[in-house]
Write a protein that binds this ligand. Structure first.
Ligand code: ADE
Ligand code: ZN
Length: 330
């Protein structure tokens, strides 16, 4: 259709993407073989068939298990390079990528290995294709704040070496029962260090977690945030302050945040004046990259070209580039 080719050709930014969530089953098996790791699945098909989630936690269990195949710098490089190639096919020009060092350091992988592999692929893509990238180091909220501080201390000696990429701090993993206030001190430290701040909030958790992320963690963007709709005062604030929501339609569907795509609130959030963006979250697990996410939600909600374009412009407005750099993405 006309809308399909419009969406396919539209330049895009990606602001909510977990690099560990781009590990496709084929690459997972290849890395398992390379590293002599036995996966609890017989085949790529059997693994894919297991991607049938009932909520966030049921996904996270598989996502953390899948990350075990990542051992060397080359593994992180290959995963990131594969993502960039896929993103470029979808006309993504700039991606601000989450990574979860704790998923790897807990298994004895050094944080330097994680940084080097991801940054290596981003730098090569910048040099050869002009693909824009940034790295947002995210803390796992099911772990303690002390462990987050620990991770920050391990990463800070690398800051100079990766200052061209590492510009942000995020918060992800199991939302319910792990409210933003649990990480208030470590986020204050990251703010003092000059990092951009974001946090997952209002995916499965209540609107109070979105308010907490804003008032206690001082984040600049909310990752997901779809449950903000339950609080009219919060909705007004998000609209007035133009606080971006990085919404992930296929993720919300696969993790049963919405029952079907026709019930997704993205168009309502947009109509209410919020700075809504579309993103892919964990595309290897949720069945689609950027174009698929735009298409799924635009078709289900019969969005106009103008609405789709507004979402894409919101993505440029919301990214952590300066105005001059943003202008190159228009
Ligand atoms: N880690 C990877 N994807 C996530 C999501 N959608 N929510 C919370 N943590 C995550
Ligand atoms: Zn996410």
């Amino acid at each position: 259709t006309a809308l399909r080719s419009f969406i396919e050709g539209m330049p895009k930014t990606e602001l909510h993407l977990h690099i560990e969530g781009t590990l496709e089953p084929e690459l997972m098996f290849a890395l398992a073989q390379r590293n002599n790791i036995k996966l609890p699945y017989d085949s790529v098909e059997a693994l894919r068939a297991a991607y049938d989630f009932s909520d966030l936690q049921s996904f996270l269990d598989l996502y953390y298990a899948g990350a075990n195949v990542l051992q060397t710098e080359q593994d992180f490089y290959d995963m990131t390079a594969a993502y960039i190639k896929r993103a470029q096919a979808d006309q993504v020009r700039h991606a601000e990528i989450f990574f979860d060092p704790q998923t790897h350091t807990e298994r004895g992988i050094s944080i330097a290995t994680v940084f080097a592999g991801i940054a290596g692929a981003l730098r090569d893509a910048r040099r050869t294709d002009g693909f824009g990238g940034a790295m947002i180091m995210s803390f796992l909220r099911h772990l303690s704040e002390e462990e987050a501080f620990d991770t920050l201390e391990q990463a800070l000696p690398l800051r100079d070496q990766y200052q061209d990429l590492w510009n942000g701090i995020g918060l992800d993993s199991s939302e319910r029962g792990n409210p933003p206030e649990k990480f208030q001190r470590v986020f204050a430290r990251c703010k003092a260090l000059g990092f951009h701040l974001v946090a997952h909030a209002g995916e499965e958790g209540p609107p109070e977690y979105v308010i907490g992320a804003l008032d206690l963690l001082h984040v600049e963007r909310i990752d997901h945030g779809v449950r903000s709709e339950e609080d009219p005062a919060l909705m007004q604030r998000l609209a007035q302050q133009r606080i971006p929501l990085t919404v992930c339609p296929l993720s919300n569907l696969k993790l049963c945040v919405v029952k079907d795509m026709a019930q997704h609130n993205l168009a309502r959030l947009l109509d209410a004046g919020l700075a809504v963006t579309v993103n892919s979250d964990d595309p290897a697990y949720f069945g689609g990259y950027m174009t698929a996410n735009y298409l799924a939600v635009a078709e289900a909600l019969t969005m106009s070209r103008e609405q789709v374009l507004t979402v894409a412009r919101n993505g440029i407005e919301a990214c952590f580039l300066n105005d001059e750099e943003k202008a190159t993405l228009m």
